[in-house]
Design a protein around this ligand. Structure first.
Ligand code: LRH
Ligand code: MN
Ligand code: MN
Length: 423
């Protein structure tokens, strides 16, 4: 906290100049309200993004200092949260994480101001000692015993989550097929639905189930939860605790994700997000690093839809990053992702919605574009920094991270080894 204050003091004059300018520029808008929304907004960090994931071709363990235990993963997210004030939750993946002592983990996390976000199950890899293989799918499998093993794993994950105080289960399935004829699509859907029903029945009353879809990979001909239509079909059939989860990297190229978001919100079936960016497929790159305008357009629909439904921006949807790191320091990358998400959110909050609605009602296409691009092209970084300042976080998190030689210190403490996440 001391270091953060010292860092902020040095940057304060320049920061205040930028904020005064923004207050003048946006004097017609209640900026205090916008800043408060930014302060409240929290984006969960996935435990598997804290180390170097690599690609399926290899992993370059150059970073070092990677967290070796859940405790160290919590420490790392605690550090991110101290720096940016916006990473107040961690999302675990079972069995990449095996929480042994939930009580102790809960109080460790609480000490850093962290909660446990959605729990993730894993039926896309065979686990050591497991009786059955998921080579031909898990919840969809033609073999009932294999489906049962996968169902029981998910119920186990819910139990871990209950002990940690989480309130959501994210189910992502690699299930599908690689060749035409391999699978009966209808039977695969029905098996998956039946399995999901059994998992759903084990959910506590106040929990949500997120059904995450993905177009392809690791299966390359069909995926059994392949798109938002299929996910919505499962979520609708399952019941009110089931929702669709949108991972930005899980679409076919050029999909209109903002339209998907808008319609899922309309149906009350949008549950949460995995933020990342991509140029080709499920690249899991830094949010906003490739298509920042798309990220803004998605947030524009989110703000519009969430407000139309009278929902709470910070609480009613699950916000999370889902990234993988190959060439960057994972912690620096996560700081960059959070920053990009916050900027897109700030831009969406400043859209003149009344004027946009009027332009839409008048079919004034050029005006509508002007309105959107006016905020997208405004530099709102100081607003996001102001939110950090008010949360006692750092004005420039990544610079402070470097000034304090955090990575070098982590390497000293934890060594150069890497810890495989299984990816
Ligand atoms: C699948 C996915 C899913 C998994 C995570 C590791 O591509 O996005 O969310 O749980 O990656
Ligand atoms: Mn994901
Ligand atoms: Mn993915």
């Amino acid at each position: 906290q001391n270091q953060i204050e010292k860092h902020n003091d040095a940057l304060l004059t320049s920061h205040q100049r930028k904020i005064s300018f923004l207050k003048e520029e946006w004097s017609h808008i209640d900026l205090e309200n916008v800043i408060q929304k930014l302060v409240d907004f929290q984006i969960a960090i996935p435990s598997w993004a804290l180390g170097t994931g690599g690609t399926r071709f290899g992993r370059f363990a150059i970073t070092g200092g990677e967290p070796r235990t859940i405790e160290e993963k919590i420490e790392d997210v605690g550090l991110l949260h101290a720096l940016n004030g916006a990473s107040g939750a961690i999302s675990l993946h079972i069995p990449w994480d095996i929480p042994q002592n939930a009580g102790a983990l809960k109080s460790l996390a609480a000490g850093y101001g962290l909660k446990f976000d959605a729990m993730n199950s894993n039926t896309f890899q065979d686990q050591a000692g497991a009786a059955h293989s998921y080579k031909f799918g898990s919840l969809q499998n033609v073999n009932k015993a294999i489906r049962k093993q996968a169902i029981e794993h998910n119920i186990e994950v819910i139990k871990h989550g209950i002990a940690l105080g989480s309130d959501a289960l994210t189910v992502w399935l690699a299930d599908g097929s690689c060749f035409p004829g391999q699978l009966n699509f209808r039977k695969a859907f029905e098996n998956t639905l039946e399995s999901l029903h059994e998992i759903y029945a084990a959910l506590p009353e106040d929990w949500k189930m997120f059904v995450e879809y993905k177009a392809f990979e690791p299966n390359f001909y069909s995926t059994t939860v392949g798109d938002w239509g299929q996910s919505l079909l499962y979520a609708s059939k399952l019941g009110k605790k089931a929702y669709t989860l949108v991972d930005l990297g899980h679409h076919l190229p050029n999909a209109n994700i903002e339209q998907i978001v808008s319609l899922l919100l309309m149906e009350g079936k949008l549950g949460g997000f995995h933020f990342n960016d991509s140029k080709y497929g499920d690249d899991d790159l830094t949010a906003g690093s490739i298509k920042p305008y798309q990220l803004f357009l998605i947030f524009n629909e989110l703000v519009e839809g969430v407000d139309a439904k009278g929902m709470n921006h910070a609480k009613d949807l699950g916000w999370m990053i889902d990234a993988s790191h190959n060439v960057k320091d994972p912690l620096e990358d996560l700081l960059q992702s959070v920053e990009a998400i916050m900027i897109a959110y700030a831009q969406a909050l400043l859209v003149d919605r009344k004027a946009l609605n009027a332009a839409q009602d008048n079919n004034d296409v050029a005006k509508a574009q002007e309105i959107l691009q006016n905020t997208f092209r405004s530099d709102l970084r100081a607003l996001v920094a102001e939110a950090r300042l008010r949360a006692n976080a750092a004005l420039s998190p990544i610079n402070l991270y470097r000034e304090l030689s955090v990575r070098q210190n982590l390497v000293k403490d934890r060594g150069l080894g890497t810890v495989a996440t299984g990816l």
